[in-house]
Design a protein around this ligand. Structure first.
Ligand SMILES: *Cc1c(COP(=O)(O)O)cnc(C)c1O
Length: 405
């Protein structure tokens, strides 16, 4: 019998998956150019301006305002939309914690909605259950690069009058019904942190089609200044959240690589789904037919422990990792996060028993959903085949063991 790597057998692979980020002579040249120009800040040079225009166009948005990271991009969007103390903002429970901490940062209360178990995107029915007169905004997260159901959410926004802020930190290049995400809602935000599909190590951007929201976001990120105003003319309260020219120089080069990389991930994700279709008890998440471009920041699949000899999720993940596959367990739902529960109690008097459950998010975390990073989709067909081989090997050994019992 083939021994699992976790038990000291030979792993399916020892070679790493392709390294991330990808860079070359272009990035080197661009960085040296900024260095030698002496124009290192966004107010001195033109790289940030160029990048925010190009990136906004890349996402079918009219305006882009670069900021220091994706977390502060969310905070700027919330402030631009006028969200503050006394307001509630509905966010999915199954997301990175920054989606909710940005809400806390502006003094508003995050309210957690459940996700659709088919796509893991925020469930519009759960959003509607949580809407009340204090609901000021909803932040759909395009988890893994799969757009949330923007049709349903924009219809709810029209009915209840809340602002939709797309957290598109994982969705560079993603499109919903032929239109790239970010400015389909009232505002959208992206991250350029190291792991993201377009990166400069850190960075973020707010995008919108609304001139007034863009002007507010610009002012908030530039210490309350107004375009064309005097240096010490601060018309509103803002902060210095500007990106540097070094980041923008790298991002311009990364953007040149983005379409090809997006395409490669899409081709590889389809191929991987084809391979996994042959494995009993392994199922890629569904892709909504209205998604015309999936950005594949993550590849999520569901596994059925019963098809793997009853193996629990943490053992399953450790087995995959030992075989050389960079599998990860993913998020712990935020409505169960202790720090978040404490903040809700201390800041808003919300008791634990008054936080509604999110059963699909809980089940995804506890039992079924497994993540692969985008870099696993950047390699060759052999790289993809090794993922299927590792799953088949674990399945064969685990079911043999179960039969032996
Ligand atoms: C990465 C990420 C953020 C935060 O972006 P940073 O640039 O790391 O601050 C927010 N939301 C989601 C869904 C993310 O994946």
């Amino acid at each position: 019998m083939n021994r699992l790597a976790i038990d000291g057998g030979d792993p399916i692979r020892t070679e790493p998956f392709p390294a991330w980020p990808v860079f070359g002579a272009e990035e080197e040249r661009a960085l040296i150019e900024v260095l030698r120009s002496g124009k290192w800040g966004a107010l001195d040079g033109s790289k940030v301006k160029q990048f925010q225009e190009r990136f906004a166009a890349f996402q079918d948005a009219k305006h882009g305002i670069c900021v220091v990271n994706g977390t502060l991009a969310l905070e700027v969007a919330l402030r631009a939309a006028g969200v503050g103390p006394g307001d509630e903002v509905i966010v999915p429970s199954y997301t990175f914690i920054a989606t909710a901490t940005s809400v806390l940062a502006v003094g508003a209360r995050p309210v957690f909605a459940d996700v659709d178990p088919q796509t893991m995107q925020i469930d519009p029915a759960s959003v509607e259950e949580r809407v009340n007169s204090r609901t000021r905004a909803v932040i759909p997260v395009h988890l893994a690069g799969h757009p949330a159901d923007l049709d349903a959410l924009m219809a709810l926004a029209g009915r209840y009058g809340f602002t939709v802020i797309e957290d598109a930190a994982q969705a560079h290049g993603a499109a919903w019904k032929g239109r790239r995400v970010g400015a389909i809602g009232h505002l959208g935000t992206f991250s350029f942190q190291s792991s993201k599909n377009i990166t400069a190590g850190e960075g973020g951007i707010v995008v919108t089609n609304d001139d007034a929201l863009a002007a507010r976001a610009w002012s908030i990120h530039n210490v309350g200044r107004v375009p064309g105003g005097l240096w010490y003319q601060h018309e509103s309260i803002g902060w210095n959240l500007r990106m540097t020219e070094f980041q923008a120089a790298v991002l311009l080069c990364q953007l040149d690589r983005a379409e090809e990389q997006l395409h490669r991930r899409q081709v590889n994700a389809a191929a991987l789904s084809g391979l996994l279709a042959h494995i009993d008890g392994v199922e890629p998440l569904s892709v909504d037919s209205r998604v015309t471009s999936h950005a594949w920041h993550l590849y999520l699949f569901r596994y059925d422990p019963a098809a793997f000899g009853g193996m629990d999720k943490s053992t399953f993940i450790r087995c995959l990792q030992a075989e050389g596959i960079p599998a990860a367990p993913g998020y712990i739902p935020l409505h169960r996060n202790r720090a978040m529960r404490q903040a809700l109690w201390e800041q808003f008097g919300v008791k634990e028993e008054d936080i509604p459950p999110c059963p699909s998010a809980e089940r995804a975390c506890d039992e079924t959903v497994v993540w692969l990073p985008q870099s696993a989709l950047m390699g060759t067909s052999q790289d993809l085949a090794s993922i299927a081989q590792a799953l088949e090997k674990i399945q064969a050994v685990a079911s043999q063991r179960q039969q032996a019992k």
